[in-house]
Design a protein around this ligand. Structure first.
Ligand code: HEM
Length: 199
């Protein structure tokens, strides 16, 4: 059964991930514009999809361990996740803060959850920039793999950012946090804690 699915997946072009990746953004804009608070609706929606896609990217390895091979889509999925992080950040800068730098700069270090979200975004930049064949060649597979372990730390920080926002922990945020903890635990169990640390 999984063999058949893997065989079919081999025929699917990777650019499909980019095409599908646009759909949540369109949905977020549509629902956001119809929400009571469109700014929050769009900003939160993009942040939520960023979390979902970051976690989905981390699922690719464990799925391969159980026989489902989605490896060829991982780069595209990671880049789409990064695009959502950037869009979420851009929504905060523009429609939320109105590019008022006098407010933006203090917010960056006064509000802990913003600082943590920012750290996650910064950690993801080298990953996005090296998600191409030329970088793998230039860095070498070993260094490249080491660098890309930062994805776990970045997603962990993104989750902390998400948890810090809610004054009340909803089922939704606790579900994502639990999924991430289970994913990390499975990885540690299988490959050891060093598999999460970029050293
Ligand atoms: C990997 C990076 C990030 C992820 C995955 C992420 C994700 C999220 C999520 C899921 C939410 C809450 C949505 C909800 O409650 O439904 C959120 C809210 C928010 N995020 Fe991020 N975020 C990231 C980075 C950032 C950055 C860099 C900034 C700004 C510098 C930022 C600013 C905010 C703000 C202002 C809110 C709304 C808080 C509120 O309404 O009280 N985030 N983010």
């Amino acid at each position: 059964m999984l063999d058949t699915i893997n065989k079919q997946l081999r025929k699917v072009p990777t650019r499909v991930v980019y095409l599908l990746g646009v759909l949540p953004a369109l949905w977020v804009i549509y629902t956001g514009l119809n929400a009571v608070d469109p700014v929050r609706g769009i900003e939160w929606g993009l942040g939520l999809w960023a979390v979902r896609l970051l976690i989905a990217t981390l699922f690719i390895s464990p799925l391969r361990w159980v026989g489902l091979n989605l490896l060829k889509f991982r780069r595209q999925l990671g880049l789409v996740a990064f695009a959502y992080v950037v869009l979420h950040f851009t929504a905060w800068l523009t429609i939320d803060m109105g590019l008022r730098w006098s407010q933006i700069i203090p917010d960056l270090y006064k509000r802990w959850y913003i600082l943590i979200g920012m750290s996650a975004l910064i950690l993801l930049i080298p990953l996005a920039m090296t998600s191409n064949n030329a970088s793998i060649k230039r860095l070498g597979a070993k260094s490249w793999n080491r660098l890309h372990k930062l994805a776990y730390l970045a997603t962990g920080l993104a989750m902390v950012h998400f948890l810090m926002i809610g004054k009340v922990y909803t089922v939704e945020v606790l579900t994502y946090a639990t999924i991430l903890v289970v994913l990390l635990a499975v990885r540690i169990y299988r490959n050891g804690a060093q598999s999460l640390i970029p050293v």
